[in-house]
Design a protein. Structure first.
Ligand SMILES: *Cc1c(COP(=O)(O)O)cnc(C)c1O
Length: 496
């Protein structure tokens, strides 16, 4: 039996099942649910993934964590539906060989064209079943405040899922044109979308205040609903991401690019530390990983943490060309701390962070962390240069987030002389950030609006992805914008 404990549970006594952890999202003490044992796999297990499709690889790996609550056929059915050819027409996580021992793992072939689909296509199915399994009588209302990518991926994942409704709030002037169109044209019978007059913080604070309001909870309870969240602190969002680390290794084995047991490095464009933490779980399960390289943009709070052991969010916040990584509090780092330093110390760090904005882990814990992690960062200029370089030299077109990782990979390899195969995770389609990518490739400015996508396509000969093609001409279902204090009324109307 695997039990899920809060990262701050000092007595380690309040463990819950996987279904309960997925339903609750965050632990009552504010910590993050994490498994008490990390299942280990054998080299034969890894080898057996080679000849399977992605959905079957996913089912085998997820079963190791979920089989106390979910049956084998159930997990297979969920994975089959989540990673179907309809959802991922070009394959769920194709691995591209770009030469010199470097590979790109493309995680953006899902409905929103960003990597959050990898988890959000699956998690709603796990949650929907968890509601039934835990004997919950009410249905879930998922409330999301988004600065861009999460909103669309969550809407696509939760639409038309049984016993769940989803409502997304976004800053009307604070997301990209493509992201806004993706949300305003959303399909599904259980979805609602509304813009907010204000910035992302206003949207997020509005959502937080709804979550902590006892009167609203009681009112929703009368209507047979409870609130739940879709963000990356939920165990149900981390777990599906473990799969593609194994999948990349299985593909390398299949291509003969590695021999069984040979170690490889991963370079991960990082914001909230969810993606790379899933890589850490894969490593702890027995995947032969040499290094997990954490790639940050100019908001380099994690780079500094890995070099000094001091996490300090008291610093300027920068808006960069890789907005999904513009973060000063990387929530999932708490899970790494819990495994490295234990819940007692982790609870202490988190209360320090809340009080003073910083904490320090000390030499010995930092040493353990650095045995597997390394931190690198790239500013906008280096990122843009990497996009141009990889396009000109290797004909690989990367988005801005992926390019941060490519730039970091190059520095990591030149500084360490490392010769292991290196897998760079690619987290968004270049067309999602078309105007930055266009100017990096051509040195000219793109025209505003949808035209930028067409210009990028003309300049590179790569077609606009079907999911984004003509998005400016689709019917708008959700044109509304409200003030931040109108969010409650909107939510209660939607709740019905
Ligand atoms: C969310 C996101 C990231 C950051 O992932 P984390 O799990 O938060 O570290 C990187 N790139 C893109 C495109 C994203 O949407």
């Amino acid at each position: 039996m695997i039990r899920y404990f809060s990262t701050r549970d000092e007595k380690a006594e309040k463990g819950v099942s996987s279904a309960a952890a997925i339903k609750r999202g965050i632990a009552p003490d504010g910590g993050l649910y994490s498994p008490d044992v990390i299942p280990e796999v054998t080299p034969d297990f890894i080898d057996s993934l080679k000849d399977l499709e992605y959905s079957a690889r996913a089912a085998k790996i997820l079963s190791l964590f979920l089989s106390d609550d979910y049956s084998g056929p159930e997990i297979e059915a969920f994975c089959g539906a989540a990673y179907s050819p309809e959802a991922f027409p070009d394959g769920a996580a194709p691995l591209k060989d770009i030469g010199d021992g470097k590979f790109v793992l493309e995680l953006w072939h899902g409905p929103s064209c960003a990597f959050k689909d990898m988890a959000l296509q699956l998690m709603p199915r796990l949650l929907s079943a968890a509601i039934t399994k835990t004997g919950e009588k009410r249905d879930a209302l998922i409330l999301v405040a988004t600065s861009g990518d999460t909103g669309k991926a969550a809407l696509e994942g939760y639409r038309d899922i049984d016993r769940i409704k989803i409502e997304v709030f976004y800053p009307a002037e604070g997301v990209s044109m493509i992201q806004k169109l993706q949300m305003m044209t959303q399909a599904g019978s259980n979805v609602d979308v509304c813009g907010i007059r204000g910035n992302f913080d206003d949207a997020q604070n509005g959502v937080k205040s709804i979550f902590t309001d006892g009167d609203i909870a009681a009112e929703l309870d009368r209507r047979g609903l409870f609130l739940s969240s879709a963000n990356s602190i939920n165990w149900g969002r981390l777990l599906p991401q473990v799969v593609y680390y194994f999948s990349a290794y299985a593909d390398l084995l299949k291509q003969g690019a590695v021999s069984p047991g040979e170690r490889i490095d991963f370079v991960v464009p990082t914001g909230n530390f969810g993606n790379i933490f899933s890589g850490y779980l894969a490593y702890r399960m027995g995947l032969p990983v040499g290094r997990l390289v954490c790639a940050s943009n100019r908001n380099r709070v994690l780079t500094d943490f890995f070099s000094t052991g001091v996490y300090d969010k008291n610093r300027s916040f920068y808006t960069t060309s890789s907005p999904s990584m513009d973060i000063l509090i990387s929530s999932n780092l708490e899970r790494l701390l819990a495994y490295s330093a234990g819940p007692v110390r982790t609870a202490g760090y988190m209360s320090e962070l809340k009080k003073t904005g910083r904490y320090s882990v000390g030499e010995s814990i930092l040493g353990d962390i650095r045995d597997i992690f390394a931190g690198y960062c790239a500013d906008d200029e280096e990122t843009s240069a990497a996009i141009g370089r990889y396009w000109k030299e290797r004909h690989y077109l990367a988005d801005t987030h992926t390019a941060v990782a490519l730039s970091c990979a190059d520095r990591y390899i030149s500084e360490t002389g490392q010769e292991r195969p290196c897998v760079v995770l690619s987290t968004a389609s270049p067309f999602k950030f078309a105007s930055s990518v266009y100017s990096s490739v051509t040195s000219f400015e793109a025209e505003p609006g949808y035209r930028a996508l067409e210009m990028l396509s003309e300049a590179t000969g790569i077609p606009v992805p079907a999911r984004l093609s003509g998005i400016d001409r689709r019917a708008v279902r959700f044109p509304d914008v409200c003030d931040a204090d109108g969010m409650r009324r909107r939510m209660l109307t939607f709740a019905g």
